[in-house]
Write a protein that binds this ligand. Structure first.
Ligand code: ATP
Ligand code: MG
Length: 446
């Protein structure tokens, strides 16, 4: 993409309404525009990141064998009356009446709807296990929308629902989700720690929240420092293997890590030596939940078991905050000059800065680099504007592309351009071909 033809409305001033870095930087980098409290347009640069995150989520869901679909944003109130949640949900639910006076709502989540689909089409244990998910906009009329897309009212979420015959199978589905989430967040360059969360009405251990450590996070967290040494990496895993998935859960959840909802100071002291005790803050980027027959029973999601008996299915629901992740990644990865995108989610793979637009040599070198990158399947944002070099660098630093190739007449005389890492700030001179090859190598397999 040539910057001269793109739509990147960067702001020079720091917006006063933004309290935290990610919100400020998203506004300044022209990624989002607020349309109403907690409701945003995703401008082209922000939209690119949202799509990249969404794609990683889809790829990892597919790897785990989960099936994508799409449910609507608007739902009939009657479904929620069946589960009893229409009255319980309170003011966070946006309630709407259509022209016939029928009660509708903008979905804050989809347990009721998926249960309705299930009961209409699945009747036998032979159709289980089943995991369906979608990535769809949600609306929750949050009392205090803030921090930009981190706590919006309209937000984009992946929510998956598992249906199993037995509690054991449902727990495997839970473990499988935990494993796939670990991979998902790591691909985005994030460490998201599964922490024991509030069990809710069903109780028990069967819910974990995934938290990204950040001072600006809304949750207070308590954990054993050892947990931050764990990485999932690119190990092979068979998602159908109950023992393998259970072992990963054990590895990642056996150390103390809890949010303030479940934190117990005595247990913390008992289990974690003082030197390893950490109190910090975190951003919740996902949650997994096994809740048994909470919805299947009242809503009649029942199958015929192997012995002919009718049994309500065991269910779980599993969410990832796709739009919140854009902010969370920035919170975890920025500096005083701007965003520093991890390679896995960057809106463009590489920036190209032409130091002397209009210089024949420089223009044609930039065009060659641009096309060579495209030949490797890489997208570059080529700053071909008439701006001063300093302004071009400031924009590049603000929008945070991990790599930048700087091209100028002086370097070209010696046959070199400059390749710069946004993260370290280090630059290296090399031929244009070598710079392209290096960038291609960095992204190979991503
Ligand atoms: P929170 O405690 O932050 O309000 P939640 O526990 O109510 O979130 P879930 O129902 O678990 O949210 O939703 C799954 C994921 O969706 C959350 O882990 C979070 O990442 C994201 N999410 C929830 N509410 C919002 C919101 N208002 N804005 C952006 N993302 C959200
Ligand atoms: Mg949650």
């Amino acid at each position: 993409m040539r910057l001269s033809r793109y739509f990147l409305p960067v702001l020079k001033e720091t917006p006063a309404e933004a309290q935290i870095a990610s919100h400020r930087l998203m506004l300044r980098a022209g990624m989002i525009r607020q349309q109403a409290a907690g409701i945003y347009s995703w401008l082209p640069l922000g939209y690119r990141v949202l799509r990249r995150i969404e794609r990683i989520v889809h790829e990892e869901q597919s790897r785990a064998g989960h099936i994508p679909m799409l449910m609507p944003t608007l739902q009939p109130a009657d479904l929620w009356r069946e589960s009893g949640r229409y009255d319980d949900y309170g003011e966070e639910m946006l309630r709407i009446a259509d022209r016939h006076g029928r009660d509708m709502l903008y979905g804050p989540t989809n347990e009721e709807m998926i249960t309705d689909i299930f009961r209409a089409h699945v009747g036998s244990y032979r159709d289980l296990p089943l995991t369906l998910y979608h990535i769809q906009w949600k609306f929750r009329d949050e009392i205090r929308p803030r921090f930009g897309v981190m706590r919006g009212r309209e937000f984009y979420m992946k929510d998956g629902y598992t249906f199993d015959l037995t509690e054991d199978d449902a727990k495997h589905a839970y473990n499988r989700h935990l494993v796939s989430y670990l991979r998902t967040y790591e691909r985005m360059g994030l460490q998201a720690i599964p922490m024991k969360a509030e069990g809710g009405p069903i109780g028990g251990d069967y819910t974990h929240e995934f938290l990204v450590l950040a001072e600006t996070g809304e949750s207070e967290v308590f954990y054993d420092a050892e947990i931050t040494d764990l990485t999932f990496g690119d190990r092979e895993i068979d998602y159908d293997d109950h023992a393998q998935c259970a072992a990963v859960l054990e590895e990642f959840t056996s150390r103390y890590a809890r949010t303030d909802d479940t934190h117990d100071e005595a247990v913390f002291h008992d289990r974690v030596p003082e030197a390893r005790r950490r109190r910090s803050r975190g951003i919740e980027v996902g949650q997994i939940f096994y809740f048994g027959t909470k919805y299947s029973e009242p809503m009649g999601a029942v199958v015929t078991g192997p012995g002919g008996e009718r049994v309500p299915v065991h269910m779980g629901s599993h969410g990832i905050g796709v739009s919140r992740l854009v902010g969370a990644i920035i919170e975890a990865s920025h500096d005083e000059r701007g965003i520093v995108w991890p390679e896995g989610v960057t809106p463009f793979h590489c920036g190209i800065v032409n130091l002397k637009q209009g210089d024949t040599e420089a223009d044609s070198a930039c065009a060659r680099i641009y096309h060579a990158l495209a030949g490797h399947g890489l997208e570059a944002l080529y700053d071909d504007t008439e701006e001063r070099a300093g302004a071009k660098f400031a924009t590049q630093d603000l929008i945070g592309l991990p790599w930048r190739i700087t091209v100028g007449p002086r370097g070209l005389k010696n046959g070199v351009v400059e390749l710069t890492s946004r993260r370290t700030g280090e630059s290296e001179e090399m031929s244009p071909e070598a710079a392209v090859a290096r960038v291609a190598e960095i992204y190979a397999g991503r």
